[in-house]
Ligand binder design. Sequence first.
Ligand SMILES: [Zn+2]
Length: 345
Amino acid sequence: MRAAIFKGPGSVEVGERPDPVIQAPTDAIVRVALACVCGSDLWYYRGESPHAVGSIGHEFIGVVEDVGSDVQGVTAGVFVIAPFIYSDGTCPNCRNGSTISCLTGGTFGNGESDGGQGEAVRVPLADGTLVPVPGSGHSDELLRSLLTLSDVMCTGHHAAVSAGVHKGDTVAVVGDGAVGLSAVLASARLGAERIIALSRNPDRQRVAVNFGATDIVEARGEEANEAVLELTGGIGVDAALECVGAPQAISTAFAVARPGSTVGIVGVPHGDVPFETTFFRNVGWRGGPAPARIYIPDLLPDVLEGRINPGLVLDFETDLDGIAEAYKAMDERRAIKSLVRVGSL
Ligand SMILES: [Zn+2]
């Protein structure tokens, strides 16, 4: 089969990989329809985090082609969303809602395991992992939004849930990438009344406003902190969502969080939490990788019924032949997020 191959920093190309086959009775083979490039793939692309040469990609939707003898939840022909990791759904961590820490789980596209950016994927622990999508004949717009449930929308939602966003809250979202924009949408969905989005890019500001942002702050660093504090009468926001992971973004999230609040962190950390200053203001933090498998069933009805349209973050598209351009466009910030059309439903 054809699949994206990570060859090293700055180099992702389409190549050949063995066709996946059922290896364990709990496996399913999924023929990929749509995939996308994650902001976290860029850490590898830029050489800032290590990645093995080989398969890459962990966000995909598609159709089940074959299942092992123990699989009961899905059958061939079923349209499914795959969360960005696989998990059994039965171990203590999964039952506690931390599918990301599944005792038997693992990752897609790590160089060896099939990646989402390819024609087909062997999905281990299919019953615990795959979420069937009801209905048929979904529009392309809807499919794009369903694709975001495999990672980015769940990750934005996790930022909001981790920070405890409630009805009527004032929220600040640090980061205008696809995750930050999804966090704006998730906050609006949870009933936030005021959503301050930090962005200096007009295209991203437009999506943020479309998703429910009420205020845009274009400043960065100290200036951004002061601007958000000014908008909140000097007190700070009820929930600050950190969706970047860079030191300045972490620092801003903590600076604008009001005393007694919780910062939701979903950016892969490349900086430190300011322990002492947060202690004396009773500010906490929660977050980490999103338990997408837990969130997909919560968010799915809102997508299917058109109440949210997270697919708007996918503003660049190509096919497997254009995979290098999909990465390049995001790396150069020409694209918020790249969609890769792999197959049909
Ligand atoms: Zn588990």
